[in-house]
Design a binder for this molecule. Structure first.
Ligand code: FAD
Length: 644
């Protein structure tokens, strides 16, 4: 039985005790409620760790013994029942390697972990920062896209459309706030007006039939505060706004409760990868890679691994080429051995395939990840490292794409601006991108942005005077009255742009490795579809999923949406628990009960920013000026009311 003495040190947080928190203020659950499945699963939830070593030393474990172990049996979970939807029992113990490790706990990595958790597998997510959703996933425009404007036939188009359907249903089931406000693509000149019928056609080619053209009078009737000069619009009623913070939190909550381990503050610095008869490339500056037939060392602490021809391939041709590594992607069969460049072109054709006939590595071979918290071992590896997906890819010996951070700055206007806009107001897209929009948020604010600036610094999330000035100029045309409203805050996010216009999702069967790169401006929407796609790719790579996916016990997330009842408005909740009647953050009307729930949840925050993303506390017009000290005190006291 997994328990507190399972060899993990540090602040391991186990989920079973924490069901109460997140579900406490939902109508469909009550404080202390535990789903029947949770109860049956006993102490099986995964671990959430932020400090301490992760695994015993490499010398002390026997990979083959661990891998060959039958499910259940000697590892203490009893027999596995494939017909029980809540029986997710998998072998467990400090010497058992993971079946799959997912690198990155953004919205994409957590979605993948959740999908994999539907199978009897031993899974971990490793994340460099101290929380989930700390990368690009926390700073976007929060639109649930229909995919009406995607490039027809692209992988992104398919996954965005599928993801839209999946996330719409998932959000409704979990209580993630979504508002189907619809979007208007507004034409401001004759050229843009002339482009609208083509966009309507494109929407149809993408399978979206609900779009329609509006004339100038109809546009004005729909959006009375629009600036002068709007000539017409394309109406896309399905476009919606969603809470981007609750989404990855819901995924990871379900995943951890289903047994997935979440290791935070755990940056992957190098990978000693399994490979098909070769080592997985060489670290730059480290000479040639060793070419032992099974496991080879790849990558470097700096992530500067290169496939640039110095690796000595163990019997396969095309030494060091990305195309030859472990049967890399084949795009229409062209990803043959040769130069990294040829592999790049193969990959850019968008295939997520494999070199036909590539044999999987021996079953006992394991990837060894060197992390900032010690080594971890896994049979399969998924790279969902967002802006750093290219760096992790190089650790496995591949040099097929480079992530260029494309900064998007945004301005958040006060809630008093909310009545100025009814839809998401999109520009007609140009070759330079989707352009600047005005959109309401589920928290009751209004967004203006984003910019699109290609940079070379993956940390450059600061706002600039020039960027904000340009946004205000464009906003003045779209919705002039908006600029008279007060600004609550500004922020910026970095899109993981690559040389390609499509996602870079590649499976490498010979390495039991899947890259999930280039998830630029639609990853929130597509996350659940990406997860299903990656699971299929892993199965193609030989992962035994143990049967069809089962439904996970449901999760009920706290409502952060302004259009749905919040705890301070619910007499029933306040009567049952007065903490829901004690407002701590007055701008956002966040109660002490909600803060307590977040701090005792399955994946609790450790920073005021993490707490804000779970509750909205300190997110309002005073930005924590008034409630800041009390919020911090509650954070430090883990939500305990004063004097208790
Ligand atoms: C301005 C802007 C607006 C956007 N608007 C929308 C929108 O309206 N709708 C929509 O659907 N999408 C939108 N997007 C896109 C969406 O936000 C992204 O596609 C999505 O967040 C990407 O998620 P991710 O999990 O791939 O990356 P991330 O959220 O960046 O997660 C990757 C994680 O990997 C971790 N990591 C990296 N390297 C390592 C390592 N070596 N070891 C361990 N961990 C590592 C990082 O710390 C990070 O937490 C927008 C993006 C931006 C920037």
């Amino acid at each position: 039985m997994r328990g507190v003495d399972d060899g993990v040190t540090g602040d391991a947080v186990r989920g079973a005790h924490a069901v109460r928190g997140a579900e406490a203020h939902r109508g469909d659950a009550h404080p202390g409620s535990v789903h029947p499945g949770e109860a049956r699963r006993g102490g099986v939830p995964g671990r959430v760790t932020r400090t301490g070593p992760l695994a015993p030393s490499a010398d002390s474990y026997d990979a083959r013994e661990s891998y060959d172990a039958p499910r259940g049996g000697p590892y203490g979970h009893g027999s596995y029942d494939p017909h029980d939807p809540y029986d997710l029992h998998v072998p467990y113990g400090p010497h058992v390697p993971y079946d799959v490790i997912v690198v990155g706990a953004g919205v994409v990595g957590t979605a993948i972990a959740r999908e994999l958790a539907r199978h009897p597998l031993r899974i971990a997510v490793v994340e460099a920062s101290d929380d989930v959703g700390e990368g690009t996933s926390k700073a976007n425009t929060a639109i649930l896209h229909t995919g009406f404007d995607a490039v027809p036939g692209s992988l992104e188009a398919r996954l965005v459309q599928d993801g839209y359907r999946r996330l719409t249903a998932y959000a409704a089931a979990c209580g993630i706030p979504v508002e189907p406000v619809g979007a208007l693509l507004v034409a401001w000149d004759e050229d843009q007006l002339a482009a609208l019928p083509g966009l309507l056609e494109k929407a149809k080619r993408n399978g979206y039939e609900e779009a329609a053209l509006l004339d100038a009078a109809e546009v004005r009737a729909r959006e009375p505060h629009l600036g002068p000069g709007a000539l017409g619009a394309l109406d896309v009623p399905g476009e919606s706004i969603i809470c981007p913070w609750t989404t990855p939190l819901a995924y990871v909550t379900q995943a951890v409760r289903a047994g997935v381990d979440l290791h935070l503050n755990c940056r992957v610095e190098a990978v000693e990868a399994v490979g098909q008869g070769r080592s997985a490339g060489s670290a730059v500056g480290a000479g040639s890679a060793e070419s032992a037939g099974g496991t080879g060392r790849a990558g470097s602490a700096g992530g500067a691994g290169s496939a640039g021809g110095t690796g000595r391939a163990g019997g396969t041709g095309g030494a060091g080429s990305a195309g030859s590594e472990g049967g890399a992607v084949s795009a229409g069969g062209t990803g043959s051995a040769g130069s990294a460049a040829s592999a790049g072109s193969a990959a850019s054709a968008g295939s997520a395939g494999d070199t036909p006939g590539a044999a999987p590595p021996p079953a006992g071979d394991l990837h060894t990840l060197t992390t900032t918290r010690g080594p971890l071992r896994t049979r399969y590896l998924v790279n969902a490292a967002g802006l750093h997906a290219d760096t992790v890819d190089r650790m496995l010996g591949h040099e097929t794409f480079t992530v260029t951070p494309r900064r998007g700055q945004l301005i958040v206007f006060d809630k008093l601006a909310r009545d100025l806009v009814r839809h998401i107001l999109l520009p007609v897209p140009t070759a330079l991108g989707k352009g600047v929009l005005v959109a309401p948020t589920v928290y009751g604010n209004v967004l203006l942005g984003p910019t699109a600036e290609d940079l070379d610094d993956k940390q450059a999330t600061e706002s600039t005077a020039e960027g904000l000035h340009r946004l205000r100029e464009q906003g003045a045309r779209i919705l002039p009255a908006l600029l008279d409203e007060e600004v609550t805050t500004v922020y910026a996010g970095l899109r993981a742009a690559t040389e390609d216009d499509d996602y870079r999702i590649h499976a490498r069967r010979g390495q039991r490795y899947v890259t999930v790169g280039g998830i630029r401006s639609t990853g929130l929407t597509a996350s659940l579809a990406i997860a299903a796609h990656v699971t299929e790719l892993l199965a193609d790579c030989g992962l035994d999923l143990g049967g069809p996916p089962r439904d996970l016990p449901p999760v009920a997330m706290p409502n952060l949406g302004e259009r749905f009842p919040r705890p301070y408005q619910r007499a029933d909740l306040i009567a049952a628990d007065p903490e829901y009647g004690t407002v701590v953050c007055h701008c956002e009307r966040v109660t002490r009960g909600e803060i307590r729930d977040a701090l005792t949840g399955t994946v609790p925050p450790v920073s005021v920013d993490g707490l804000r993303r779970r509750t909205r506390a300190r997110g309002g017009r005073c930005q924590g000026f008034y409630c800041g000290p009390e919020v911090r005190r509650l954070l430090e006291d883990r939500g305990r009311p004063e004097g208790r």
